[in-house]
Design a protein around this ligand. Sequence first.
Ligand code: SAM
Ligand code: SF4
Ligand code: SF4
Length: 499
Amino acid sequence: MDLNVVSQSGGCASSGCGSSADRLSHLPEAIRAKVDNHPCFSEDAHHHYARMHVAVAPACNIQCHYCNRKYDCSNESRPGVVSELLTPDRAVKKVIAVAANIPQMTVLGIAGPGDPLANPERTLETFRQLSEKAPDIRLCVSTNGLALPEVVDEICKHNIEHVTITINCVDPDVGAKIYPWIFWNNRRVKGRKAAEILIAQQQKGLEMLVERGVLVKVNSVLIPGVNDEHLKEVSRAVKAKGAFLHNVMPLIAEPEHGTFYGLMGQRGPSNEELQTLQDACAGDMAMMRHCRQCRADAVGMLGEDRGHEFTLDKIETMEIDYEAAMARRAEIHAEIEANRTAQRQQTGEAFVSLSSLKRGLKTKAAEPRPVLMAVATTGGGVINQHFGHAREFLVYEASVNDVRFVGARKVDLYCSGGDTCGDAETTLQKIIRTLKDCEAVLCSKIGYEPWSQLEEAGITPNGEHAMEPIEEAIAAVYQEMVASGQLEQAGAEPQRLTA
Ligand SMILES: C[S@@+](CC[C@H](N)C(=O)[O-])C[C@H]1O[C@@H](n2cnc3c(N)ncnc32)[C@H](O)[C@@H]1O
Ligand code: SF4
Ligand code: SF4
């Protein structure tokens, strides 16, 4: 997301390129302070800070063709899925237990499993208690927007500075294909009329939040053949109304989830379709590309789920002094910030070197082509994960202009424990398919078998940059590729480095 904020403001003055952390520096101070440690509103922050959701809101006031909250699997990570519903009191207890044990957790969101604003008492009571008992935690809410205008003032009372509205369309004809019904003024409204009311409420809620200085993220589910082309218009419309960030997420639709789309065989988008649409929308506004479509009870860094460590039976036995925990949290946040500053400096140097590389290319020749690279990381902004332990890879695009984050791709674990990874061949082939458009994989270590199969598939494994900041390492690998001449564009004059 930070990337496009910068492109609107002209980018790095000297070179036209910069790290994702630097890109935050172009935001006004008041906004930067609100997003700098928010893992969802800042791509850079998501390497360092964690979030949690509490599942206090079971009911929903609309039906989306892609949602079925009845289907649950404890191993599954997707929106609407939860293991246990919580009362506000228990939710508050859980948040305090998590904040004391995972100090980098800065954000508590309520995102279901239904719609938080269709359960206003439970949602607002949770926020009320938390703003009093844990004032160092940022509070967020995610809603379909139908009930939003009526509760905007109440939300603002609880110091909520970040709200997400799911807006899949601004045209009721498109909406009628996504929403079979809404529950409005005590009756069920169907079809185009339902979509018309929902869209009007969403737009009104968005305007009201922006007027009150709340940062609004808009989620849109990309449903191929239904709203794919239309989402560019959605992006323009919400930007014009002052939304801060647009998060275009892929539809998840499997027949076994029992949703209308799942049963009708509606497919989700490919990685390429998603990225193409995100890039097309990016002309109009800042995009979030690091969303992991979390469960409604997720706990931990984005992409990880530590919910099993904080089940009700476990938190009942935890004795927590939150005053002391807050002091410890502040110390750890200061350490994280010191690390981030050091990383920023290191990455800045790598980018200066990328800029000299660009200047060194003969001006008439075409630039070397951009390259996608995948990275294995457990967080902290560095390359620190064994290939076989990765449950997801972060994908970056490197070019002579920039290194930009383009998305996270989930994979099955290659090493499922023990010293040997012998019988995991099918899993490895699936991982290679997921990364097939990447030209290198950067990780801390990698075994012989995946090394040779990646190479055979034309993906270069690289374990030389362990513990280095991600963007610095990618910039370095890209420079090596340029220097070796392997990135010359087909049909272009050969390029030469002058220095
Ligand atoms: C579970 S919802 C909860 C908040 C609220 N009810 C809403 O819809 O905004 C959180 C997010 O997940 C999205 N979502 C739910 N089911 C999905 C699916 N099958 N595929 C992709 N996104 C989905 C929703 O559109 C929403 O943006
Ligand atoms: S609004 Fe949210 S909770 Fe309600 S049906 Fe849609 S995705 Fe599910
Ligand atoms: S679903 Fe996306 S926006 Fe919400 S907590 Fe997860 S990563 Fe952040």
